[in-house]
Design a binder for this molecule. Structure first.
Ligand SMILES: [Zn+2]
Length: 507
């Protein structure tokens, strides 16, 4: 009868926290007590652990078992502490060797089935990041979570299928399951190709600039003009995520995915995510929610490091659209709920599509046989659903017209190669995509003399500081696409064109 200490980890908000599980086994009437801000799911852990221990061929101690979870102030939920609790009980009961305080002691996470099998947990990569940051060198995780967790550098990830296997790993006579074994096969989904978009050379150019600099893009035009076709093809020209960004993306998606289903983990293939929420989505689905201390990221966060596409943007609730302003500025979305309060990653590239009016055919040339007869008041009311302050935060504004041309353009592969080169130039220059560079950094990199003059003129005119910064970033992207070391006057003038207000739609 003794005291044992084991480390586990839980998801707390959007990050992980290492939890110390202390188990004391004392003489007395058989009972199991649990202390340390645990919710119902953890309360049930003692029952699952007890059954799992029994069904594994080991024995649950006869006596009073007290389980303490610390830090006490962190709310703990989920089932990931089942495994460390069971290990702690076995250790306190001296059925397995006492855990030493050496650096080599692994952290355990995993849900236990009553039969002693270890089941996958959501957020495994998130807790693995926390374990690595806390200085631990090894983590034992459910086998279904191994490949995901092994993305985190600097920590040895050991997969186990059962409580018994975890015990053997601890005893040193089982190496566990390592990453790299074929757990899930990611089908290579080659998305729709730009070559399928006929005509619309201006739209294609706008999409390429947006991809090259991670610029936000608004497209206004009548139904069927190709707004959605274009937007859905941006993933096919975006570069792969960096290894660090892959981990970022997986950590956000791990909070919502049901783990271990053999499905492709979003981000695992290195591709940036593409989220296209419907306009009927609730604010919670768009921005995120908190349930019992557990954060459920919304579309803005699931689009982290990737693209958020809002089709028929004026149909979204105005409040939802306005809420995008904060993440567009900061790259995070703030959730303030009773159970949890904090910032969730939401560094997305916004692509927005809208009809110019309720019927959709305003500004359409008469020769196309459709014309708008919406009353002016309904046109302006429709336009104002996308507010001026939101449009101010959009770098590229494009009005698309119907085209008769059936000209076939370049393929996505051809465009993607150029986008990659432009992105590389920006990354080498200031370590980020152009749209994300700070005003201070921007100011430290002079353009060519003529270009500076155009910028200064724009600032003196109706431009304003915010708009001038956006134009400068766009000009850098145009220069990167040209393979030039600095923007010239032509780049700045083109940037100003792309940043023009949309006209009467732009309220
Ligand atoms: Zn109309």
């Amino acid at each position: 009868m003794a005291l044992a200490q084991v480390h586990g980890a839980v998801v707390s908000g959007v990050s992980g926290t290492v939890v110390t599980v202390e188990v004391d086994v004392a003489q007395g009437l058989p009972a199991v007590g649990l202390v340390g801000l645990a919710d119902t799911s953890i309360g049930e852990a003692r029952h699952r652990a007890r059954c799992a221990v029994g069904n594994t061929g080991l024995s649950w101690p006869l006596g009073r078992v007290t389980i303490g979870l610390s830090p006490a102030h962190v709310r703990k939920h989920g089932t990931g502490l089942d495994l460390p609790i069971a290990i702690g009980v076995l250790s306190a009961d001296e059925q397995i060797p006492a855990m030493t305080q050496s650096d080599d002691q692994p952290v355990f996470v995993g849900e236990l089935g009553l039969d002693g099998q270890v089941r996958p947990i959501p957020g495994a990569i998130t807790v693995t990041c926390a374990v690595q940051q806390a200085g631990f060198r090894r983590i034992v995780v459910p086998v279904q979570n191994v490949n995901e967790c092994a993305r985190v550098p600097g920590v040895e990830v050991i997969g186990v299928r059962s409580l018994l296997q975890a015990v053997h790993v601890l005893l040193g006579d089982d190496d566990g399951v390592r990453a790299g074994m074929p757990m899930s096969v990611a089908p290579v989904v080659s998305g729709p190709d730009l070559a399928e978009v006929l005509g619309q050379s201006e739209g294609r150019r706008a999409l390429e600039i947006a991809a090259a600099g991670r610029h936000s893009l608004a497209m206004v035009g009548p139904p069927g003009v190709g707004k959605t076709l274009l937007a859905e093809r941006i993933p096919s020209i975006l570069p792969d995520l960096s290894p660090e960004h892959v981990v970022d993306v997986m950590a956000v998606h791990a909070l919502v995915s049901s783990p271990g289903a053999g499905l492709v983990v979003i981000g695992e293939d290195g591709r940036p995510p593409f989220q296209s929420p419907h306009h009927s989505s609730s604010p919670a689905a768009l921005l995120g929610s908190v349930m019992a201390g557990s954060v459920r990221p919304g579309a803005v966060s699931l689009a982290h490091r990737g693209v958020l596409f809002l089709d028929e943007a004026p149909e979204f609730p105005r409040n939802s659209l306005e809420s995008l302003r904060q993440p567009l500025e900061s790259g995070t979305v703030s959730l303030h709920r009773a159970a949890w309060s904090g910032d969730v990653p939401a560094d997305f590239q916004l692509i927005l599509a809208a009809n110019p009016c309720p019927c959709g055919y305003r500004h359409t040339p008469r020769s196309f046989g459709r014309h708008c007869d919406c009353p002016p008041t309904s046109v302006s009311a429709y336009a104002q659903r996308i507010s001026g302050p939101l449009l101010d935060r959009i770098d590229i504004r494009l009005r698309l017209q119907p085209v008769r041309s059936a000209e076939r353009g370049e393929s996505s592969a051809q465009v993607a190669a150029r986008v990659l080169q432009a992105r590389d130039r920006a990354e080498r220059r200031w370590g980020s995509a152009n749209a994300r560079v700070s005003p201070g950094t921007l100011a430290a990199y002079p353009m060519e003399d003529g270009a500076e003059d155009v910028i200064a003129d724009h600032l003196r005119g109706s431009g304003g500081m915010r708009s001038t910064h956006r134009i400068a970033k766009l000009a850098w992207t145009l220069a990167d696409m040209d393979g030039r070391s600095r923007p010239n006057a032509r780049h700045v003038n083109e940037a100003i064109e792309w940043h023009q207000p949309l006209g009467d739609e732009a309220a």
